[in-house]
Design a protein around this ligand. Structure first.
Ligand code: NIG
Ligand code: FE
Length: 406
């Protein structure tokens, strides 16, 4: 039986940011079904192509759909009270040490049912989609029991089924030490390695395993054990590392072939070299830096010099980054971390996909054969997306070839 012809759609006269660079001349993009079929300069567009395609739009800036490669979108409760305490001078670390912080969100998340968590995550995901996201990573890490971590991951999977977005999940069982294990961190790591990771892997709920390697969380040796268990189950790994101090977590993660090390404000030269060797991606999270009013800048110049790809994400979460606006991160990455607008956009497209291990399929790029995940913006140049913080500029959001916004 002949295959049903796939609908072909044409966008013309766009200024194209292809995930790495802006092309010098006006471009046309032809999408067939859920793939990009052709990307060509306007003057190479044939009248036959125009006639054969549905006209989808003209002008504007086209970018790959945004990839938010680090979020904690599923959680219960609010930490507005801690925000106020921090403004009065109490540190993020001090709040964590007295049982607030992540553990406060753990209490609220455990108390919520799967359906409740799904409902409260909806508007957060809506906000990301309205700002151009077509791929989002969602972590667990506020359950800290086998059942509650799996509950969070199921909510993330359900969000991916219910919304026009690609959801990638990470099991972050080693996020904080739950109160039941207060004096037995190694015992808790046993639980993560022997029960959580196997269960999440067996049920297909985790696409990767993440850890929080920090003085207020888990040591390098404990995170190493988590990575060993992840490897046994064939799961890629990533790490929250060097956020508040330099423990060497990023270099250790690199030895395990980590997809990414995230935050990395305190990363040193040897950490940069280890990441380069391993081909790990540096995930920069200026929302957390801004919210916690940190002063230690990530080593952007060294990463750039070493050719370590820099991704950019919201880190959307109730404590360190209650910011659900990816294009704000483009701005903060430039103003706070000195990225160029081009680097910031690449960080939320091509390099964001790399941090999730999805670059092999050309996700985050506008090239022939890539998934047709695209954004068309009402701006004159790609740099404007980083320059102004202005909701409402997204004209069309295209997910797997279908226009889902605009
Ligand atoms: O990415 N650094 C650790 N984890 C999260 C914060 C979680 C929280 O404060 O709830 C982060 O910043
Ligand atoms: Fe995080």
């Amino acid at each position: 039986m002949p295959a049903t012809p796939q609908p072909r759609r044409l966008w013309r006269d766009v200024t194209l940011f292809d995930g790495l660079d802006t092309l010098p001349q006006p471009m046309a993009v032809i999408v067939a079904g859920d793939r990009i079929e052709r990307v060509l300069p306007m003057d190479a567009l044939d009248p036959a192509d125009t006639a054969a395609c549905e006209a989808m739009g003209r002008g504007g800036v086209m970018t790959p759909g945004l990839v938010d490669c680090h979020t904690h979108l599923v959680f219960g409760g609010s930490r507005a009270d801690e925000f106020e305490s921090r403004l009065e001078g109490v540190s993020y670390e001090a709040i964590a040490r007295r049982g607030g912080g992540i553990l406060s969100t753990v209490r609220a998340t455990r108390a919520a049912s799967e359906d409740e968590l799904f409902e409260i995550a909806r508007p957060r995901l809506d906000a990301l989609l309205a700002d151009g996201v077509t791929t989002v990573e969602i972590k667990s890490g506020y359950g800290l029991t086998v059942a509650d971590e799996l509950k969070m991951l199921r909510v993330a999977r359900r969000l991916g089924d219910a919304f026009p977005v690609r959801v990638v999940t990470s099991l972050l069982g080693a996020h904080a030490l739950p109160p039941e294990y207060r004096d037995d961190a190694d015992g808790y790591i046993d639980l993560v390695c022997r029960e959580m990771i196997p269960a999440a892997a067996e049920q297909g709920l985790a696409d990767a395993v993440d850890v929080f390697c920090e003085k207020i969380a888990f040591s390098v040796a404990q995170c190493e054990r988590v990575f060993e268990a992840a490897k046994v189950h064939g799961l890629p790994i990533k790490a929250h590392a060097e956020q508040l101090s330099n423990l060497g977590g990023a270099a250790m993660a690199a030895r395990f072939g980590a997809l990414s090390a995230d935050h990395i404000e305190y990363l040193d030269e040897s950490g940069v070299a280890a990441m380069r060797e391993a081909g790990s991606t540096a995930v920069l999270l200026p929302g957390a830096f801004h919210t916690l009013r940190e002063t230690q800048l990530p080593p952007v110049a060294a990463l750039r010099e070493a050719g370590v790809p820099m991704a950019l994400a919201t880190d959307a979460n109730p404590g360190s980054s209650p910011l659900f606006m990816p294009t704000l991160m483009l701005n903060l990455a430039c103003t706070l971390f000195h990225l160029t607008p081009r680097e910031a956009l690449a960080g939320m497209t091509a390099h964001g996909a790399r941090a999730l291990g999805l670059h092999d399929r050309s996700l985050g790029r506008i090239v022939e054969g890539a998934p047709a995940d695209l954004c068309l913006w009402n701006v004159d140049s790609p740099a404007e997306l980083a320059y102004a913080v202005q909701p409402g500029r997204l004209r069309q959001r295209i997910f797997q070839g279908d226009t889902t916004h605009g």
